[in-house]
Structures are given as structure tokens and as C-alpha cells.
Write a protein that binds this ligand. Structure first.
Ligand code: NAD
Length: 285
């Protein structure tokens, strides 16, 4: 990738703001796009706060901050992605909305531009078919919070070329992240393994094997997980967990991925985790 050519990030929410930050920190000029100007303002504030934390920790010099912030251009106009060498799509998890934005990006960007998607669960192959350049479409699955987490799953769609994969792998290392090559199957590696574990924790709770606190304690102290599966589910959002289980069950065609009825019931009740003030645990205080 060329250091002086722009990188686009579409969707300036939780993930998009973090992705824009790490590209800008690495020295790339970034175009950060969102359909809502308020989301762009929130992203700017989030990025400034995150950089401030890095300065406090001593991993970033205060004198570097203004240049990093200046590298990020915020806009609501998709056409601004025109000069980008790579665009990472990080809008919400909806296949139709993602296909629509990829079709638009395919129209506005140069033919050599790579289109990456940060989807957690949608098939890269399916998203690539919304463009005329499936060989240049790839999954770049960053982890939350992006500035802190080292892993990027790089997912090859059916048509992704070796050249596209190699460029994105090199870029990921340039961001000081660790790339892992993944073939396009439901849940990739991360959610294929994580979500059934979380789902099993719900079954364990539903069957009365143990209390929620004790289930989390066993996984923390017994398996050295930094956070118990039920606390983690509350962080991720129970609706997101349910959706990914459904993707695994439908995509792999195996009922071993069936979502736990208790998980379904809690989502139906609106107990979605931290974001709704209540999930497995209560956050109202
Ligand atoms: P989010 O809801 O925080 O942000 C999405 C942003 O996209 C919003 O600001 C919204 O205004 C914007 N947007 C929606 N449609 C748009 C469009 N057509 N054009 C421009 N902007 C648009 O979502 P998020 O949590 O950052 O997730 C983004 C993607 O990253 C999803 O695909 C999700 O599955 C994936 N992901 C999320 C996490 C996580 O922990 N949050 C982790 C890994 C991957």
C-alpha cells in the first residue's frame, strides 16, 4: 500500500472509529465516512479520547497527536472515497445495507482499489457478488477495541485473489496487528469457536447447573479467561450473540449450533446486555 494514498473507512461507529484511528496512527491519510454527521462527531471525540489514553500510558507522544487527527477527513459523501486505495466497510451488520454500500463503492473507487469488509458473520463471497471486482473484495475482521486488540482475521472470499490477500496481509502487519488467514465459512474462526462456548454457558445456566456468577468464575479461574462467557455476552450484546448462532446453524446446517432457548427468551424480553442496562447481569446501577 502507498503511504500517501488515502484509506477509506465507511461507518464511523464503534469499529469504524477504531479502524480509522489505527490507519491514521500508522501514517495513512484516512477518509472516514458516515451517513450521520453526529456519528462522525462522536467518532472524532472517541478517537481523541483513545489517543489521550495512549499518551497517558506512554505508548504515544503528545506531539504526535495533532498530526494523527489531521490525517482523518470526516465526510458524509461516499464520492469522497474516490481516491482511496482501500476502503474498509464497517457499517451495521445487515447484508442488504452492506451489499448496497459495496455496490456504490465499486462505482466510485478506482478499479485497482481493494474493498474490505469488517463483517462479523456475513459471507464475504456473498458481499463480493454485489461488486464487479470480487477478486478485490476481502474480509478484514478487526476485534473490539480496535486500537488495543492485535488480531485481524483476513477472510478470503471464493474469488479473492492471492494478490489482494497479500496486500491486505502486509498492510495488517504495517498496522502492527497479527493477521490470520481464514477461508469464508460461517463465523470464520473467532465466532465459530467463541459463540458456541457462550451459547453453552447459557444452556448451563438454563439447566440450573450453576449460577451465572459461578459459571463465569469457573471460566475465569479455571481456564484463565480474562472475562467469563456470560459477562462477555453482555458486553457483545445478547441480540448479536443470537444472530451469530443463527448464522452458524443456517450456514453450517447443523443443529449442534442451535441457540439456547434462554438466550432467545432474554433477547425477546429486551435484556440485551450492557447496552440495554440489563442482560445476564444487571447494569442499572
Ligand atoms: P455501529 O452501530 O457502532 O456503527 C455503524 C455505523 O455505520 C453507524 O455510525 C451508522 O450511522 C453507519 N452507517 C450505517 N449505514 C451506513 C451507510 N450506508 N453509509 C455510511 N454509514 C453508515 O456498529 P459497529 O459495532 O461498529 O459494527 C460495525 C461492523 O463491524 C459490523 O459489521 C459488525 O458486525 C462488525 N464488528 C463489530 C464488532 C463489535 O464488537 N462491535 C467487532 C467486530 C466486528
Amino acid at each position: 500500500m502507498e503511504k500517501n494514498r488515502r484509506i477509506g473507512v465507511v461507518g464511523s461507529g464503534t469499529m469504524g472509529s477504531g479502524i480509522a484511528q489505527v490507519f491514521a496512527q500508522t501514517g495513512y491519510p484516512v477518509v472516514l465516512l458516515d451517513q450521520h454527521p453526529e456519528a462522525l462527531d462522536r467518532a472524532a471525540a472517541t478517537i481523541e479520547k483513545s489517543l489521550g489514553r495512549l499518551v497517558k500510558k506512554g505508548t504515544l507522544g503528545q506531539e504526535q497527536v495533532p498530526a494523527i487527527l489531521e490525517r482523518i477527513t470526516r465526510t458524509t459523501k461516499t464520492e469522497t472515497a474516490r481516491e482511496c486505495q482501500l476502503v474498509v466497510e464497517a457499517i451495521f451488520e445487515d447484508a442488504n445495507a452492506k451489499r448496497e454500500i459495496l455496490t456504490k463503492l465499486d462505482e466510485v473507487t478506482a478499479p485497482d482499489a481493494i474493498l474490505a469488509t469488517n463483517t462479523s458473520s456475513i459471507s464475504i463471497t456473498e458481499l463480493a457478488s454485489a461488486t464487479h471486482r470480487p477478486q478485490k473484495v476481502i474480509g478484514m475482521h478487526f476485534m473490539n477495541p480496535v486500537p488495543m486488540m492485535k488480531l485481524v482475521e483476513i477472510i478470503r472470499g471464493l474469488a479473492t485473489s492471492d494478490e489482494t490477500y497479500a496486500a491486505v496481509e502486509t498492510l495488517t502487519r504495517d498496522l502492527d496487528k497479527t493477521p490470520v488467514e481464514v477461508q469464508d465459512y460461517p463465523g470464520f474462526i473467532s465466532n465459530r469457536i467463541l459463540m458456541p462456548m457462550i451459547n453453552e454457558a447459557f444452556f448451563t445456566l438454563m439447566e440450573g447447573v450453576a449460577s451465572a456468577e459461578d459459571i463465569d468464575t469457573v471460566m475465569k479461574l479455571g481456564m484463565n479467561h480474562p472475562m467469563g462467557p456470560l459477562t462477555l455476552a453482555d458486553f457483545i450484546g445478547l441480540d448479536v450473540c443470537l444472530n451469530i448462532m443463527e448464522v452458524l446453524q443456517n450456514g453450517l446446517g447443523d443443529d449442534k449450533y442451535r441457540a439456547c432457548p434462554l438466550l432467545r427468551k432474554m433477547v425477546a424480553a429486551g435484556h440485551l446486555g450492557r447496552k440495554s442496562g440489563r442482560g445476564v447481569f444487571d447494569y442499572s446501577a
